[in-house]
Design a protein around this ligand. Structure first.
Ligand SMILES: [Cu+2]
Length: 201
């Protein structure tokens, strides 16, 4: 006995479609109108929103940026933590940080209330800058210098987590930013220090 199998190549028997019901049309219209509202809010948020980063983007050669970061680290190095230099730049200066598989180079030591121009870029692949436990997130793309005007508002020992999968050691890619208090002292009893890998130099 031969059973007819419906393959989808032929139209299904019977009336399988019906014109859209009035209610369905109304819902499609509402959904479309809402899409338009959200679409219009994108430029509105860009111009009126307070959450936009103050970033300046410039093209850079990744190796040149890394060389500049190394030069910067050498200039202002004040210590070492497991092979990575701890760098304390003067207030108001240009600060460099390079993301590479699988580290954030170098460790920055900044002062609360001072303003810095932080330059971020990657040496190899895309990385994600996520300052923990604060909600600060940026894409770090090789070939682009992403400069941000930053003023740390809280002292402590912060971690940078890579939030863009970058390879086999991605989960180990944890960086560190130390923010000294206004008197230039390290905050010793700080809960933030225990949130990351808990290292103390
Ligand atoms: Cu990563």
């Amino acid at each position: 006995m031969l059973t007819k199998v419906h393959t989808g190549l032929d139209a299904a028997p019977g009336v399988w479609w019906k014109p859209a019901h009035k209610a369905e049309k109304v819902w499609v219209a509402i959904a479309f109108a809402w899409c338009m509202v959200l679409f219009a809010m994108m430029p509105l948020w860009h111009w009126r929103g307070g959450q936009n980063p103050s970033g300046i983007r410039r093209r850079v050669e990744p190796r040149a940026f890394y060389a500049r970061t190394q030069e910067f680290a050498k200039q202002y190095q004040v210590g070492t933590d497991r092979g990575l230099p701890i760098v304390q730049p003067p207030a108001g200066s240009d600060v460099y940080m390079t993301a590479l598989t699988f580290q954030w180079y170098p460790i920055l030591q900044l002062t609360q209330g001072e303003t810095y121009r932080l330059h971020l870029s990657a040496l190899d692949v895309n990385h994600g800058f996520s300052l923990y436990p604060l909600n600060v997130n940026f894409q770090i793309v090789p070939g682009y210098d992403y400069a941000l005007e930053v003023t740390p508002t809280a002292s402590g020992d912060f971690r940078i987590i890579c939030n863009e999968f970058c390879g086999i050691g991605h989960h180990t890619m944890v960086g560190r930013v130390i923010v000294l208090d206004k008197a230039g002292q390290r905050v010793s009893d700080n809960a933030n220090a225990r949130l990351g890998n808990g290292a103390t130099p």
